[in-house]
Design a protein around this ligand. Structure first.
Ligand code: ACO
Length: 364
């Protein structure tokens, strides 16, 4: 007999000082700060410093400068980004390049691992579009440089702020599937690269960080607000899950959805024409919540982070094939903090299973 769910729901598997996900109240706290006080207010580099505070013996004096130098350091690997690697998919190509960084526990490697998805992701987006990669500018902020490396030209202040808000919003989120994977690998003392690659591999699945690409497919197929309800009903009737809805922990609206919706609204205020897309997303959201309430009255299914992630990253010009890699650009900060926390205080993670197969010693 087992006394746990197949998805380990409700099982507590770590003590952490990094983040607290309050699923009943819909609150996310990152090292003592409410998400709303960080997203849109702190640059990504500052949240990186917050998450990693105390986890390295020799932290750099300036996280922004150190991350800029790390972007420059990893750029050399971009030459390995060939057609064969790109044909495996964007996040897979980024993962393969990250594996070239070697393993270890140093703060220099940690910074290169955070820089890598941004530098490799931007280069992969450009090469896939038939353009030449753009080298990093170590003197710029991380979000600004990421947009510049992706587009080949400077972004507007409003766009940089919106991307910064996104990277901060997704930087850490309790013991989600990818962070758990990263902690398990870190617990064997395999090294930071191994832990981060485990996290990235878990992230890319459509039930986790792979959802925002399919959200765009859903919005495109729905096309207009009046089509939302019949499309969603048909989708559920086929047994599909609605991407961007539902969460293991939140029983109310995911607070990250509102942080990102605000970032999308900020883009609109900055002159970006997102009105039509935002109206469609809001209509789809209202219809989806109504249909889910009707179909699953016992299960409070709400909007998660991915609906407005899709809208924001699309408005910033990222192709949907790159959304998961952009998610990883933020979440790597959290994976590394958790990996260091696990190594500092934790033991090998090695749970047990209950054998329910046939036994050789029992006669049939
Ligand atoms: N659409 C339709 N039905 C849903 C959805 C959904 N989005 N989410 C859950 N349900 C249903 C399930 O089918 C299940 O019904 P059943 O009991 O009849 O089988 C019931 O609600 C309970 O769902 P669970 O599977 O227990 O929920 P779980 O906690 O395992 O899953 C998950 C959470 C994976 C996020 C799920 O809600 C889902 O698949 N959502 C769509 C994908 C998505 O948006 N993923 C991004 C999550 S956020 C992140 O990881 C960054």
């Amino acid at each position: 007999m087992t006394d746990f769910g197949d998805g380990l729901e409700g099982v507590v598997a770590a003590h952490t000082v990094l983040s607290d996900v309050d699923g009943a109240a819909g609150r996310l706290v990152i090292r003592g700060h409410a998400l709303d006080d960080l997203a849109g207010h702190w640059p990504f580099e500052a949240v990186l410093g917050l998450l990693w505070d105390g986890f390295f013996a020799d932290p750099p004096a300036r996280w922004d400068q150190a991350l800029g130098a790390a972007r420059q350091a990893v750029y050399a690997e971009v030459t390995a980004l060939d057609d064969r690697l790109l044909s495996t998919g964007l996040v897979e190509a980024v993962r393969a390049l990250m594996a070239r960084l070697g393993d270890g526990e140093s703060v220099d490697l940690a910074l290169r691992l955070v820089a890598a998805p941004a530098v490799f992701g931007a280069a992969a987006i450009r090469i896939a579009a038939g353009k030449r990669p753009v080298p990093p500018d170590p003197g710029m902020g991380h979000a600004a440089d990421l947009l510049r490396m992706t587009r080949g030209g400077a972004a507007r202040r409003g766009e940089i702020d919106a991307l910064d808000a996104y990277l901060v919003t997704v930087a850490d989120h309790g013991l989600n599937a990818s962070t758990f994977a990263a902690r398990v690998v870190a617990s064997t003392r395999a090294g930071l690269t191994s832990a981060v690659l485990a996290g990235l591999s878990a992230l890319k699945g459509p039930l986790h960080g792979g959802a925002p690409g399919p959200v765009i497919d859903m919005l495109d197929q729905i096309g207009a607000p009046q089509n939302a309800r019949p499309w969603l009903e048909a989708s559920l009737a086929r047994g599909d899950r609605l991407m961007g809805f539902g969460h293991r922990v939140y029983r109310v609206r995911d607070p990250r959805a509102d942080a990102l919706k605000r970032a999308v609204a900020g883009l609109a205020a900055d002159g970006e024409d997102v009105t039509g897309r935002l109206a469609l997303a809001e209509a789809v959201e209202a219809a989806a919540l109504a249909v889910l309430r009707q179909r699953k009255p016992d299960r409070p299914l709400q909007t998660n982070v991915e609906l407005y992630t899709a809208l924001l990253l699309e408005a910033l010009g990222f192709p949907p094939t790159a959304f998961t890699a952009v998610f990883a650009m933020g979440r790597t900060a959290g994976w590394i903090a958790h990996a260091r926390e696990q190594v500092a205080g934790g033991r090998l993670i090695r749970p047990q299973s209950v054998y329910i197969g046939p036994r050789a010693d029992v006669a049939a």
